[in-house]
Design a protein around this ligand. Structure first.
Ligand code: F0G
Length: 382
């Protein structure tokens, strides 16, 4: 007898809204169904009446939202007979590709910028057994090479230019609507390649529309076939707000950036692949792009861990850093509800975390004596 109540991943859960059939062999690690945590302390600190939720995507099987897209991309690659997948990555896509390839029994090739990915992500790609190619170039160089080689070698690209990736990632929006009962007023995300913000918008549009015609230009991938690509909008949709790191902010500059830099290596991208689609999302949703500095990103990351007990990686904290600025300026008015996507787990990048805390009062080195432990306790009670 099967265990009927077991959660078996997002393809199974949203089967009717995804491009799979009853015969499809699903490659899953139980991704999705991540917690939506209401922030209690940060709104108080800001002194503003705002209802903020974080969607903690760092609790996916490989520690980032990429698993949502990868379960779909690898499922379809296997269905179509592919024996190998390839991606360029700032780290999280490569970790997810490597894991799902291992699960499927196929080969993963990953191109990563040499020395510019967080340690946890490198460990993942290697442990899951991906052939890991460290290139002397950045993500954008890797992306170009992957697109070129896919024309000449038998490999399936699993970057978000693969249409199935966004189909998987749109399910995060479904989960949010189901949990809140409606869409939030604002949905804030960090933006790199701009696939995820596009995928969320597809999800919100599909969910909020009844039957009829296609509702969103951003949803070019489903060719008007997605179950919810309908005419009349019956639910609300959020304004989508995309935050970029100031040194890697092509959407703010209005053009591609050749030498992107930021401590948030996950979003160190100057040539986003979903450029047009992301602009469409902004136009359709009434949202905007804004930029945050590395210092603001790190401060927001620390705030989340210390005041809410939620540990995300630096890139993810860009969504809180940006939201704080927009709340404080009044651009996001009081009375609003917000969902912030925390795209990746803080454990991915221990080096940046430890560097932030080094030399701080919370890290004490003491003798192994009762006296010193007792003193540390009495001196440090909150
Ligand atoms: N946050 C994290 C933690 C990411 O890893 C990424 C992208 C983003 C945000 C931006 O999402 O590209 O859809 O706009 N990481 C990719 C990677 C590029 O290779 O792991 P996006």
């Amino acid at each position: 007898m099967p265990f009927r109540n077991r959660y078996t991943g997002l393809i199974d859960r949203y089967r009717d809204r995804l491009p799979v059939s009853d015969d499809t062999r699903i490659i899953s690690l139980g991704e999705g169904n991540t917690p939506l945590i209401r922030l209690h302390n940060i709104p108080k600190l800001l002194g503003k009446q705002v209802d903020i939720y974080v969607k903690y995507e760092g609790l996916n099987p490989t520690g980032s939202f990429k698993d949502r897209g990868m379960t779909m991309a690898v499922t379809k690659a296997v269905e179509e007979g592919s024996k190998a997948i390839i991606c360029a990555s700032t780290g999280n896509t490569s970790a997810a590709a490597a894991a799902y390839a291992a699960r499927a029994g196929i080969t993963a090739f990953v191109l990563i910028p040499d020395g510019k990915i967080a340690m946890g992500k490198l460990a993942q790609a290697m442990m899951y057994g991906a052939i890991t190619l460290q290139i002397k170039g950045n993500f954008d160089d890797g992306m170009r090479l992957v697109k070129e080689v896919a024309g000449e070698a038998p490999v399936t690209i699993v970057n978000s230019v693969n249409p199935y990736r966004l189909q998987g990632q749109k399910t995060a929006a479904f989960e949010i609507i189901e949990e809140l009962g409606r869409a939030p007023d604002y949905h804030c995300l960090p933006v790199g390649n701009a696939g995820n913000i596009t995928a969320h918008w597809i999800g919100y549009c599909e969910y909020s529309s009844a039957s009829g015609e296609h509702v969103t230009e951003a949803c070019a991938y489903c060719n008007g076939k997605c179950a919810y690509a309908g005419g009349a909008i019956v639910g609300n949709r959020p304004k989508m707000v995309g935050y970029q790191a100031a040194g890697s902010a092509p959407f703010l500059r209005g053009h591609m950036v050749d030498h992107p830099e930021t401590i948030a290596t996950a979003i160190r991208i100057g040539h986003p692949q979903s450029w047009d689609r992301a602009w469409n999302v902004m136009e359709e949703s009434g949202g905007w792009f804004a930029e945050v500095t590395d210092a603001e990103i790190l401060a927001a990351q620390k705030m989340l861990t210390q005041y809410e007990g939620v540990f995300c990686e630096p890139a993810s904290a860009a969504s809180l850093a940006g939201a704080i600025k927009d709340i404080q300026s009044g651009k996001i008015p009081e009375g609003s509800s917000l969902v912030l996507t925390l795209t990746g787990n803080g454990l991915k990048d221990p080096d940046t975390a430890i560097a932030q805390c080094q030399g701080k009062a919370t890290l004490l080195t003491i003798d192994a004596t009762l006296d010193q432990v007792k003193r540390a306790i009495l001196d440090n009670m909150r």
